[in-house]
Design a protein around this ligand. Structure first.
Ligand SMILES: C[S@@+](CC[C@H](N)C(=O)[O-])C[C@H]1O[C@@H](n2cnc3c(N)ncnc32)[C@H](O)[C@@H]1O
Length: 259
């Protein structure tokens, strides 16, 4: 069967240049890595959903974590394979084209895992979250950690940025009941409460953290000077888990645990 093209295929070649290697991209990812490193020990076998160009898989592999990195985009998977080879980490990173929607069916062929994660809004692209939560519930053993970084629903930064430009539709696009359409793909923005309820039959909530509550969303990063970005990053990291902040961020990081 020929795999359907993904709208992310066209972004694979430039994704790292456009996001990963930017000042903001590095700051956000290193904040996520602190949580990933505290969660997954060397020797663990971990499933990644929506791996993109494999930046997180490579980071974990460089610490001795084995990662099965999955994505719906064949081009993103190819980029992950290429980067793992270039970094001599192919023995620790297995990249496979598995859309969320096929996770349950692929499950038995994926093997067993000590935990799973998904970074930077991949899950916002899922056609529906409950089947993903259920599939992960089946794949992970009791006590296994699940770390999710999901685009938030209420983002004051975004409201202020677009309202100042007179663009009310964009300012509040995340609140649309049916999500927003990007390159033919529907992107949904569940509230943190809704996401937690969706996963709660299988997963316990451990921690939440804000990513991009003081730091701007990526499209607004050029409106902030590098020194201000550094200062916002310092403040944000100090209080990233303070009450309410994770609920008002561009991305929310959820640390869950399989019941
Ligand atoms: C914004 S990128 C994030 C990539 C990566 N996690 C990172 O941290 O840079 C979103 C990723 O989700 C993937 N994705 C979108 N829809 C998906 C689906 N239905 N199943 C699996 N992956 C999907 C895209 O191909 C893309 O690589």
């Amino acid at each position: 069967m020929i795999a359907a093209a993904s709208p992310f295929d066209a972004l694979a070649a430039t994704y790292d240049e456009d996001f990963t290697r930017t000042d903001l991209g590095r700051r956000l990812r290193s904040a996520v890595w602190r949580h990933l490193d505290a969660t997954f020990a060397p020797g663990a076998r971990v499933l990644e959903l929506g791996c993109g160009t494999g930046e997180d898989a490579l980071h974990l592999a460089s610490r001795g974590v084995r990662v099965v990195a999955t994505d719906a985009s064949g081009e993103m998977v190819a980029e992950t394979v290429r980067k793992a080879g270039a970094a001599n980490l192919s023995h620790l990173v297995e990249a496979r084209r598995v859309p969320f929607e096929e996770l349950d069916a692929a499950g038995p062929s994926l093997g067993t895992f000590d935990g799973a994660f998904s970074n930077f809004g991949a899950l916002n692209c899922a056609a529906a979250l409950p089947p993903v939560a259920e599939a992960l519930g089946r794949l992970l053993p009791s006590g296994a950690p699940l770390l999710l970084v999901v685009m938030g629903r209420w983002v004051p930064w975004e409201w202020a940025f677009y309202l100042r430009r007179g663009d009310g539709a964009r300012a509040f696009r995340r609140l649309r009941r049916d999500g927003t359409v990007w390159r033919g793909l529907t992107v949904r923005y569940p509230s943190p409460g809704r996401l937690l309820r969706t996963f709660s039959p299988w997963f316990l909530r451990r921690r939440l953290a804000a990513l991009g509550v003081f730091l701007p969303p990526s499209y607004a990063a050029s409106s902030v000077s590098p020194s201000t970005l550094a200062r916002l990053d310092r403040w944000e990291r100090r209080i990233e888990s303070a009450p309410l902040l994770p609920r008002l961020a561009d991305h929310t990081l959820f640390v869950l645990e399989r019941r």
